[in-house]
Design a protein around this ligand. Sequence first.
Ligand code: G3P
Ligand code: CA
Length: 241
Amino acid sequence: MSKFLKIAHRGYSQILPENTIPAFLKAVESGADMIEFDVHLSRDGRTVVIHDNDVDRTSDGSGFVKDMTLQELKELDFNFLKIPYPGKISIPTLEEVIDAVPAHIILNIELKNCPHKYEGIEEEVIAILKRKNSFNRVIISSFDHFALEKVKKTSPKIKTGMLYEGGWIFFRDEVRHLDVYSIHPAIDTIDVQQLQWARSQGLQVYPWVAKNIKDILFLKKYNIADGVMVNNLELFNKLKE
Ligand code: G3P
Ligand code: CA
């Protein structure tokens, strides 16, 4: 039986500022197998790691990512939780994350492409992965299934992951059409039979986000996941107790 993967959602985001290098390194130190994070494009076309379309919630600045250059974004402080982490935390670029996180950790790169559509984000991410020789350590996921299609068409070797919420009538058709490696359902909207079918087809299943041990035990009871995303990696330790 393969290992049930511990997936750090936005890094160890329960205790450190989400989508930052300190949160990613803490996740690695705490036993994560995979790190999920979100990418957008800056005004000058750089791939930056942040969840929201704007910087307001997670930094000391304000404005849309698409309207700011990388240099302007780098001036902001993302140490927004005011937790006991010393000093300023800068927004990371995708390249910086690839360099900082040990190579055995899988990187689940979520392309954010809605409501703002970033023209060329797929090509830009693929170019970075090519330069960094990182195809074999990533999954590119997105709610934008057109973006996943584009990734697959451009680089068939890259693993893609289908993000979705809710039950879907055309679920099987979509999965086959996209030719994805994994599916990433919202945990609260899981359809057990759909996931059983997906696993029987050899797909990896990574739901998001387990909030408590009950959520994880549910996935294990029905044998419907290959891992799960969490903000709090401590949940996996509690599971062993
Ligand atoms: O990748 C799973 C999950 O992160 C998708 O939702 O809003 O947290 O990016 P969100
Ligand atoms: Ca995400």
